[in-house]
Write a protein that binds this ligand. Structure first.
Ligand code: ADP
Ligand code: MG
Ligand code: MG
Length: 872
């Protein structure tokens, strides 16, 4: 018979898939002798079977659960619902991957009117018993039965206000008894039935609720955001309670073995005296820093410190630990590998290599390539920052710099983002319902909550700037404004947040690039030792090229020349070139453009030095460059000495029904070879000029949109003729390559033919994806989201390379290309070049390099190293 329930004594950390992360670690900690309250885990397999059986807890499973319950009662000499010595339970979800705040825990289960009296007597603490009872009713109603917790909190707030209390701890036994009654009334009113008094019923409903919560919308959003499969299921942990709310010698807290923001090797966390469960993260009372525990309960602190060291050593990674102290006795309730910013991830990984905990390879595999992004983003400009008005200071919850317009609800943020605005989400505190707003905003500001509050934890995970617990700011969510003393900031006004200092500024502060040094560089050096794939960049200007080189780019994989044409000075000349009726006229305009283009390329070659530099010849449809406004057409007509009507007609003639499939790329050069001739000349003359200064440049000329060998042959022949002439005249020796993009499916299918003319292939996966699917790049996002929500596509193929279809074409082109030309150079220059899973694919099929935007270069380097290590 299949086993669906495991006692904590039966499991181990390797059983994460079956027991969930939390359950496996509770078992592991039990195994190594740490003080874990006993309990058992109902497996993820049970969760999946529960869904298969249309959401019923079947008989055999119920029997197994009850057997484990009886065993637990025996061990603890307590009984669920007993009138003398009642056992209380926590029911905790635990998925395979930790999902903070996504699934809900029920504490103090087993209380009813009888058990609460027994608990009061057994502990000689009536206040504690009723405090636990009211917590249980609220949590059970909210989590298991879906009654909004605000209904209960409103009562709590009302009583506190009536009595003039600040803290929950001031509530008396009588207050609590009344509150319990009112809570039960709410339950009855909302659900039209009595609060379940049978503890077994409570347990069954709670277990079902945990299983059900696997598919609540916020859990689904989180899974999607973090690439967690939907069919893993969650385990349920049923654990005996320990109590942090029995008095001043009790408490509860969370701690990281190292600082999750910076990586500093110092215990970091918070605790609250006389509190239970989520009080610490809920931000209702402000917790104390963990270092204070040394003063409040020195013995407990000493033991706790030992445990944290032991756990870190055992798991060989930074741990995030939850604990409770009951009457000066320490209990460990959870440990897991702590979430961290990428800055902390890098520092911790590098430190742990030095401390001899892990190898360089492990360090590389530990860094989330996607998360690196947050490190590479700009900070506030120093000068502007000095002049900016500091209005408040909160906790530096998640680093980064963000500016945007203030919005007070997640929906408003989402709407603002839809309008193309930058938004800052300002909340009293965030909750899982805010998740979409947190995704869409630039940064998050909360008035309440500590460094481990929901806002802080989630923001760090997403790499989003967050300032939390900023108590100086009074947030009035319903009035859509916030105040700091007399200053009022209304919805739509700009503020700026510094997530590394906790500072909040008024206004929109400009930002600057980051400098990467120290441990980051060290780690990236290890990365470079391991990886096989080269990483180039897509850069159109010398400035972008310089940034990319700083980030470690080993060449340019794609330099687009069209952006250079949009310059104010040039566009009139470009327009003249386009509307010219005769070759002579066009040549005149092109002659003017030549020195300008040459100057562009000189700048790029200078920035790149000896690194290979691929320049793509003109690609977009011509009419993109043409004047659209009447005044522009008039002025151009005057300039050219032709009539307005004449020019207007010429512009209209150039319009296309489907420009993406129209007269663009190499097709332009078939009609107007003079354009590519000019560009080839500019590239080679520019390269020679830089070469004369002793720099050994490596130009690569790339012809876009080829679908047939003859197209390429026609263009290549004149490009090579021009290039060779220039080089010969210069008296220098210079190697250059001519190749093509593979972005039309036919090019991939006939790659053996095309390779006869091409010295390199660069996969243009944006167009290749567009044309393979027949999805217009410019329109697809309107319907692709629907594909994702309906589970038809797991990923947007424009973001993550479609290995099955587009990937098959690429593989085919690689092998056909090599058949013709063994040493053909192979790379990718689409957006996918900086996306870790696509980089892995490129590695696996033996491309020589990937190319991506400058900021993504380190991500691609890391992803390439990880791909190489995983293959071993
Ligand atoms: P999450 O996955 O959201 O962290 P947990 O299952 O860890 O949820 O529960 C949240 C909190 O509830 C814990 O940090 C702890 O303070 C409290 N808690 C859970 N189980 C127990 C228990 N057996 N005794 C006392 N407190 C508990
Ligand atoms: Mg929680
Ligand atoms: Mg927890």
């Amino acid at each position: 018979m299949e086993k669906y329930v495991y006692s904590f004594c039966e499991g181990a950390k390797e059983m994460k898939n079956l027991l969930g992360g939390k359950g496996a670690n509770l078992a592991e900690m039990t195994k190594i002798g740490l003080p874990v309250p006993p309990g058992f885990t109902i497996t993820t397999k049970a969760c999946n079977t529960y869904y298969e059986k249309n959401k019923v807890l079947w008989e055999e499973l119920m029997d197994e659960i009850m057997d484990h319950l009886t065993a637990l009662e025996k061990t603890l000499e307590k009984k669920l619902g007993d009138d003398k010595n009642p056992l209380l339970l926590s029911v905790r979800s635990g998925a395979v991957f930790s999902m903070p705040g996504m699934m809900d825990t029920i504490l103090n289960l087993g209380l009813n009117d009888t058990a609460v009296k027994a608990l009061a007597e057994a502990t000689n603490n009536e206040r504690f018993a009723y405090d636990s009872y009211r917590r249980f009713i609220q949590m059970f109603s909210d989590v298991a039965m879906g009654v909004s917790k605000y209904k209960f909190e409103a009562i709590l707030d009302r009583v506190k206000e009536e009595k003039g209390y600040t803290y929950d701890t001031q509530l008396t036994v009588e207050d609590l008894k009344n509150i319990v009654n009112e809570f039960k009334e709410i339950y009855k009113k909302e659900l039209r039935k009595e609060f379940p008094s049978d503890p077994k019923d409570q347990l069954i409903l709670a277990i079902k609720a945990v299983f059900d919560s696997w598919n609540n919308p916020r859990a689904m959003v989180y899974r999607k955001l973090n690439d967690i499969p939907h069919d893993l299921g969650t385990a349920v942990n049923v654990q005996s309670m320990v109590f942090g709310n029995m008095g001043e010698d009790c408490g509860t807290g969370v701690a990281f073995t190292r600082n999750p923001s910076t990586g500093e090797n110092l215990l970091f966390g918070e605790f609250l005296v006389n509190a239970q469960g989520e009080d610490v993260v809920a931000g209702i009372r402000t917790p104390q820093p963990i270092s204070n525990l040394e003063n409040v309960m020195p013995k407990v602190y000493e033991e706790f410190e030992k445990v944290t060291k032991l756990l870190e050593n055992h798991y060989k990674d930074m741990q995030d630990i939850e604990f409770t102290v009951e009457k000066e006795k320490l209990y460990i309730l959870q440990t897991r590998n702590g979430k961290r910013t990428s800055k902390a991830a890098i520092n911790i990984a590098a430190d742990m290599v030095k401390e001899g905990f892990i190898s360089k390879e492990e360090a590389i595999l530990r860094i989330d390539a996607k998360q690196l992004d947050q490190l590479l983003h700009p900070n506030f400009e120093e000068k502007a920052l000095k002049e900016a008005k500091l209005i408040a200071k909160g906790l530096p919850a998640s680093p980064g710099a963000a500016s945007g317009k203030v919005y007070f609800t997640a929906e408003d943020v989402v709407a603002a983002k839809g309008k193309g605005e930058k938004a800052i989400l300002v909340r009293l505190e965030t909750s899982p319902e805010d998740i979409e707003g947190m995704v869409s905003c630039e940064g998050i500001l909360t008035a309440r909550g500590g460094m481990t509050s929901h806002a802080a934890v989630v923001a760090r995970g997403m790499g989003k700037c967050c300032v939390a617990g900023c108590g100086e700011i009074k947030v009035h969510e319903e009035k859509k404004e916030c105040r700091v003393e007399d200053l009022v900031v209304k919805e739509g006004e700009y503020i700026s947040l510094d997530g590394s200092t906790g500072a909040v500024y008024l206004g929109d502060i400009p930002r600057v690039e980051v400098e990467l040094t120290g441990k980051f560089e060290e780690l990236m050096n290890w990365v470079d030792e391991v990886r096989v794939l080269k990483v180039r960049t897509n850069a159109d200007t010398p400035r972008d090229a310089q940034i990319a080189v700083k980030f470690g780019a080993e060449g340019i994989g794609l330099c687009r020349t069209e952006h250079m044409f949009f310059d104010d000075e040039r566009i009139p000349v470009v327009r003249k070139m386009i509307v010219s009726k005769t070759i002579e006229e066009r040549q005149k305009a092109l002659d003017k453009l030549l020195p300008m283009q040459k100057e562009d390329f000189v700048g790029i070659f200078e920035a790149m030095g000896e690194r290979p530099t691929t320049i793509r010849l003109l690609d977009p449809p011509l009419h993109e460059f043409l004047p659209k406004k009447e005044e522009d057409i008039k002025s151009l007509a005057k300039d050219m000495g032709i009539s307005y009507e004449n020019l207007k007609k010429r512009v209209e003639d150039l319009e296309e029904f489907n420009p993406m499939l129209g007269h663009r790329g190499c097709r332009l050069a078939i009609t107007y070879p003079e354009i590519y001739e000019m560009q080839a000349r500019a590239i080679i003359e520019g390269a020679i000029e830089v070469k004369k200064r002793g720099i050994n440049v490596h130009p690569e000329i790339m012809i876009p949109l080829i679908g047939d060998r003859n197209e390429l042959k026609y263009i290549k022949d004149f490009v090579v003729k021009i290039a060779d002439e220039i080089i010969e005249k210069s008296g220098l020796e210079m190697k250059y390559l001519v190749g093509t993009m593979i972005e039309v499916p036919r090019a991939a299918l006939t790659a053996d033919e095309i390779a006869k003319e091409a010295q390199f292939f660069s996969f243009g996966t944006n167009d290749l994806t567009q044309m393979t699917y027949g999805f217009s790049r410019d329109d697809a996002n309107k319907f692709l989201t629907e594909y994702e929500t309906k589970g038809i596509f797991e990923k947007d193929p424009f973001q993550v390379l479609d290995r099955v279809g587009v990937g098959k074409l690429i593989k085919m082109a690689v092998s056909l290309g090599k058949e013709t030309r063994k040493d053909i150079k192979l790379g990718i220059c689409g957006e996918h070049g900086g996306e870790p899973s696509s980089v892995e694919f490129c590695h696996s099929i033996g491309l020589h390099y990937v190319s991506c935007s400058p900021y993504r270069v380190p991500i691609a380097r890391l992803a390439a190293a990880q791909a190489a290590l995983k293959e071993k």
